[in-house]
Design a protein around this ligand. Structure first.
Ligand SMILES: CC(=O)SCCNC(=O)CCNC(=O)[C@H](O)C(C)(C)COP(=O)(O)OP(=O)(O)OC[C@H]1O[C@@H](n2cnc3c(N)ncnc32)[C@H](O)[C@@H]1OP(=O)(O)O
Ligand SMILES: CC(=O)C(=O)O
Ligand SMILES: [Mg+2]
Length: 349
């Protein structure tokens, strides 16, 4: 591992100085766009004002013979829409590092859109070595093309080896912005017997003991992803970066999508992916704290102006720890309110 002083040094002569703090950005939904489809790309200008992040996807779901068109479409999209003026992040998911495509993709993206791309999402990250590699590559390209703002990195956690190494991945570079759970590839990597993209499974459950009178035994579904998810959230929080839920593949089940997103929000996630326009509003509602909870959190902060001591509000004990919880909630709401007039009104900021 690098020394403390070396960690924040630029990795190439002429590369911009790495971020010391992550830029404060609202990222409730990362909306996936297939950039090789002109028809969908044409709608990005309309969709962008309704989302926090637009992601051009170059990896899975893009046919092998359309990889070049997807890259060209990404560059075109970065010019067609002024994402910065809209306050919308522009991310790109590149192909994985052992694919024949990633090298040309990264080189082209930095050369042609290096000042417009906020985050590169790297799939199937197995360990910190993957981040070291892409970190160095980006620094060299940023220096070559005079990019002045370092492009951030986001890792997808979607292999058993990646899960094993998630702590080192999260802390591998000052470029690390966050990590998303990739439940489809991860399921395959672990030989899990499911064909779903995220969510629960009706077969994974606990059942109560038999009743002596023969009454039916209650049984409930459990969360297949809890262990991995909690490990990822702790790794991200410890390194000061953001955890995200990844995709929810059942586009036809908005109720389950909302539940999965809510579990992620409660566990500490900043946002989730939207694969279809119908998932945008779900993510927006779920990842914006509930106005009633924000109002209660503000009462806690007001009751304990210096954050110390103890207070009672509506029968609930408050102390330094709940003050910090309230601050998390209110800070999140303030950040959203600064970007989103609808929520500014709901929160009364
Ligand atoms: C495991 C993983 O790696 S997940 C990440 C990879 N997967 C993806 O990125 C998938 C992204 N999403 C998609 O490609 C599509 O939403 C699909 C294939 C899932 C469904 O597409 P469709 O069957 O066309 O959906 P549907 O008919 O409901 O679409 C309604 C409209 O929304 C548009 N639309 C669908 N998805 C998107 C999108 N992600 N962004 C913008 N517009 C979209 C369609 O073009 C259609 O437009 P139209 O009414 O003008 O014809
Ligand atoms: C998100 C993703 O790529 C996966 O689930 O495999
Ligand atoms: Mg995947």
């Amino acid at each position: 591992m690098k020394t403390a002083r070396g960690f924040f040094k630029p990795l190439a002569i002429g590369a911009p100085a790495p971020w010391r703090e992550l830029p404060a950005r609202v990222e409730r939904m990362i909306h996936f766009v297939p950039p090789h489809l002109e028809k969908v790309r044409a709608k990005v200008g309309e969709i962008a004002p309704t989302v926090d992040v637009i992601l051009a996807n170059l990896e899975d779901a893009i046919p092998a013979d359309a990889k070049g068109a997807a890259l060209a479409g990404t560059i075109a999209m970065s010019r067609e829409v002024d994402f910065k003026a809209l306050g919308v992040g522009l991310w790109v998911r590149i192909n994985c590092l052992n694919s024949p495509w990633h090298l040309d993709e990264v080189a082209t993206l930095v050369e042609k859109a290096g000042d417009r791309i906020d985050v590169i999402m790297v799939p199937k990250v197995e360990g910190p070595w993957d981040i070291f590699y892409i970190d160095q590559l980006l620094a060299s390209l940023e220096a070559k093309h005079g990019v002045t703002r370092p492009i951030l990195l986001h890792a997808i956690l979607e292999t058993a080896e990646g899960v094993m190494n998630v702590e080192q991945i999260a802390g591998a570079s000052p470029r690390m912005q966050g990590v998303s759970l990739g439940p489809a590839d991860l399921a395959a990597s672990r030989a899990m017997k499911t064909t779903r993209v995220g969510g629960g499974h009706p077969g994974y459950r606990v059942i109560e003991d038999p009743h002596t009178d023969g009454l039916p035994r209650a049984s409930v579904q459990q969360d297949l992803w809890h262990y991995t998810f909690a490990k990822m959230v702790d790794a991200c929080a410890a390194h000061g970066i953001k955890p995200f839920y990844g995709p929810f593949g059942a586009i036809d089940d908005p109720v389950a999508c909302e539940q999965q997103f809510r579990n992620a929000f409660l566990m500490g996630c900043a946002g989730a992916w939207s694969l279809h326009p119908s998932q945008i509003a779900i993510a927006k509602t779920v990842f914006s704290p509930d106005p009633a909870e924000v109002a209660f959190a503000r009462r806690i902060l007001e009751a304990m102006p210096d954050g110390s001591g103890v207070a009672m509000i509506d029968g609930k004990m408050q102390d330094d720890a709940t003050w910090k919880q309230a601050k998390v909630m209110v800070d999140c709401a303030r950040q959203i309110a600064a970007k989103d007039a609808e929520y500014a009104a709901l929160y009364g900021f």
